[in-house]
Design a protein around this ligand. Structure first.
Ligand code: NDP
Length: 309
């Protein structure tokens, strides 16, 4: 079996070592411009169009991450009829649950304010927020959204979720589709974004949507920066409707120095680290899926290119 590999920004040797450990019989090579020798599978992260254009010999393309917005931008350079399969959790879900739980609790337990008080050497207990007022709404109920909700369940916050199709999740009030979005937002105090970036979800959170959140809302974005209209979020923080935000993802990364998010004290910024790809788990998962495909089985994580995720 021949496999071609290309991952933008990653150290190829460490990835190849992991893949070779799980696929000992495969010939895995790093793809270079001009390489059009036969291949059965491609392992990619943000590949150039030239790697995949016309490659109808591939049995599948594996995206080395959960988000497929970057690879789908290749458009018709993606070979028609070749399945695109994404990484499905593979150790990212638990990191997302850690990150979101931390952001929720920091805000709910007023730790930022206690930090300020400590800096002023002030011993001053603040009134506790009421848990029943702290409904947490998760936009996106896929592999990662579900894991985030599982992590939050132990804290007994009211939980809500929104997806494209109807869902039933124990302990979570579920909404779906365009028709369900406004009711979801109106009942949400802490908004968590874990949607894929598609033509439907880009700019979804503009002023009209964000202003439907409960007064004093909080926004946590661990999905993609382009879900939120930056100026609208800033405006609603500055007029007090939204209390603050924890943002891990941005329209432009690294976040440009001149971006007003940097100077807004009520916004916490992290450099796209909420869930890092776990190399070994991802390689193991992909190797397992290749073995399943070779046996003629179906695998999880197949991307619906029309839906965009
Ligand atoms: P999944 O494909 O498993 O889940 C996506 C969820 O979003 C589904 O519940 C889906 O609804 C819902 N959804 C998609 N489009 C719409 C829509 N138009 N309206 C309503 N709901 C919609 O994805 P994952 O959970 O694995 O990952 C989500 C995203 O997280 C990735 O696409 C990626 O962009 C981002 N990510 C960010 C990382 C980071 O480090 N910050 C790391 C990893 C991922 P339905 O269930 O009905 O299909």
């Amino acid at each position: 079996m021949n496999i071609i590999y290309y991952a933008s920004g990653a150290d190829p040797e460490v990835w190849l070592k992991a893949f070779r450990a799980y696929l000992p019989d495969a010939q895995i090579r790093i793809w270079e411009d001009g390489d059009d020798a036969p291949a059965d599978y491609a392992l990619v992260w943000k590949p150039p169009a030239a790697m995949l254009r016309g490659r109808t010999d591939l049995k599948a393309i594996f995206n080395l991450g959960a988000g497929v917005d970057a690879i789908l931008q290749l458009g018709d350079a993606l070979p028609a009829g070749v399945p695109l399969i994404r990484v499905d959790d593979a150790g990212m879900g638990v990191q997302m649950a850690e990150y979101v739980s931390h952001a929720v609790l920091r805000h709910f337990r007023r730790f930022d304010e206690y930090e300020m008080l400590q800096n002023q050497q002030q011993w001053r207990p603040l009134p506790q927020h009421r848990k029943e007022d702290f409904s947490i709404g998760v936009l996106g109920l896929g592999a990662l959204g579900n894991r985030i909700l599982d992590g939050l369940k132990v804290f007994d916050f009211p939980l809500l979720g929104w997806s494209r199709s109807p869902k039933q999740i124990d302990g979570v009030q579920c909404f779906h589709g365009d028709a369900g979005l406004d009711s979801f937002l109106q009942q949400t105090k802490v908004l968590v974004l874990i949607l894929p970036l598609t033509t439907e979800t880009e700019n979804l959170l503009d002023e009209s949507k964000l202003s439907q959140l409960k007064q004093g809302a909080y926004v946590i974005n661990v999905a993609r920066g382009a879900h939120i209209v930056d100026a609208d979020l800033l405006k609603l923080i500055q007029n007090g409707h939204i209390a603050g935000a924890t943002l891990d993802v941005f329209r432009e990364e690294p976040l440009p120095l001149a971006h007003p998010f940097w100077s807004e004290k009520r916004i916490h910024i992290t450099p796209h680290i909420s869930a890092l790809t776990v190399r070994d788990e991802s390689a193991k998962q992909i190797a397992g899926k290749i073995a399943a495909l070779e046996r003629g089985e179906t695998v999880a994580g197949l991307v619906d290119q029309l839906k965009g995720y």
